[in-house]
Design a binder for this molecule. Structure first.
Ligand SMILES: [Zn+2]
Length: 344
């Protein structure tokens, strides 16, 4: 077989490839989405160094004497220094081509399970997402079929979790909630607005989970380095803005005021951390402004909990609002908590 370079490959920003070998894995009349596992024949082209830099055209092409399409695998070894974690995840790269030269496709292979997705190309992310879904179906859904059939009829979660929308703090991932265990609301900075603020997505879901699902626990869980809390602490309270974010995070103004009053001696970063926890308690108190929440808490049917995930050192702090003591404290203000635990 004779190999001649003739196709054009365009790659986005990539590190230098230190070496490359091209293997002919087999022949097919069409370019299939996956390589055949059993290679019909293998030839290796080596001895030349391939350098791929930012938007650089590399002439690659293959002439097959039998005039049929060929599949190619380009295996690369890349010097790891200077690579971002995402670059490292993208290795090894796999390239494939069809005879007409227009079908060169970069494909990402995840070398480890549960690593973040590649976002080099949307197709890469969805290919990985598809793989994860099919793996879930095979290893979880079909293995626990009876459980999922029951869940298909109804849900009866014992928890409502109110968490930040931050991509690093998925409560199901961190706290291990399985399907059917937790009804989850996620918003910027895990706020619960007070009843008097009127309807929004958060309290609509709150109403459904408390009155219809009759959850037994509400967990408001915050986290370290919260961008929403930082924005709250940085903003001018008097500023009139059309920004959706600024208007939303005003919900946390009471927590900010308390933080400024009690922690003004701390650095700004420490004040933000203080406010991250203060706003959780502020949200717990706001939950009691909803009459149907307060009623179920008073009857002992519902408990309100706070949680704080520190992803810098991977610790979790959990506590429970002490409703009875809070009634006693109503005149003096503040709030009482109990059952504080620190998981590390
Ligand atoms: Zn956040």
């Amino acid at each position: 077989m004779k190999v001649v370079l003739r196709s054009v490959l365009l790659l986005p920003k990539q590190p230098f490839l230190r070496s490359a070998t091209v293997s002919v894995l087999g022949s097919s009349p069409v370019c299939k989405p996956e390589f055949p596992r059993s290679a019909a024949s293998t030839s290796t082209v080596s001895g030349s160094k391939v350098k791929v830099s930012e938007i650089e055209q590399t002439q690659l092409g293959f002439l097959n004497s039998s005039k049929t399409d060929i599949f190619l695998r380009l295996q690369t070894s890349v010097q790891p220094s200077g690579l971002s974690p995402r670059d490292k995840i993208n290795l090894p790269l796999r390239l494939k081509a069809s005879r007409d030269g227009v079908g060169l496709v970069q494909e990402t292979i995840q070398t480890k399970e549960n690593t973040p997705m590649s976002i080099n190309k949307p197709d890469d992310s969805f290919r990985e997402m598809r793989n994860r879904f099919l793996r879930f179906k095979k290893e979880k859904y079909l293995v626990n079929l009876e459980c999922y059939k029951e869940l298909a009829q109804a849900q009866a979660p014992k928890f409502l979790v109110i968490s930040c929308a931050d991509s690093r703090v998925c409560p199901s991932y961190i706290l291990g909630f399985q399907p059917g265990e937790a009804f989850i609301i996620r918003n910027v900075a895990n706020f619960v607005p007070p009843f008097e603020n009127g309807p929004c997505e958060t309290n609509a879901a709150l109403e459904f989970s408390v009155n219809d699902l009759q959850v037994e626990n509400i967990l408001v869980t915050g986290h370290s380095c919260c961008g929403g809390i930082r924005a709250l602490m940085s903003m001018d309270d008097e500023e009139k803005s059309s920004s959706f974010i600024k208007n939303w995070i005003k919900v946390g103004k009471a927590a900010k005021s308390t933080t400024k009053a009690t922690a003004s001696n701390l650095s700004f970063d420490q004040q933000c951390k203080h406010c991250e926890k203060e706003s959780i308690n502020n949200s717990l108190m706001n939950l009691l402004t909803y009459p149907w929440v307060k009623e179920r808490v008073a009857k002992g049917l519902l408990s309100l909990h706070g949680g704080y995930y520190d992803f810098v050192d991977c610790t979790y702090e959990k506590w429970t609002l002490d409703y009875l003591k809070n009634i006693q404290k109503q005149e003096t203000g503040g709030y009482a908590i109990k059952n504080r635990e620190f998981w590390s």
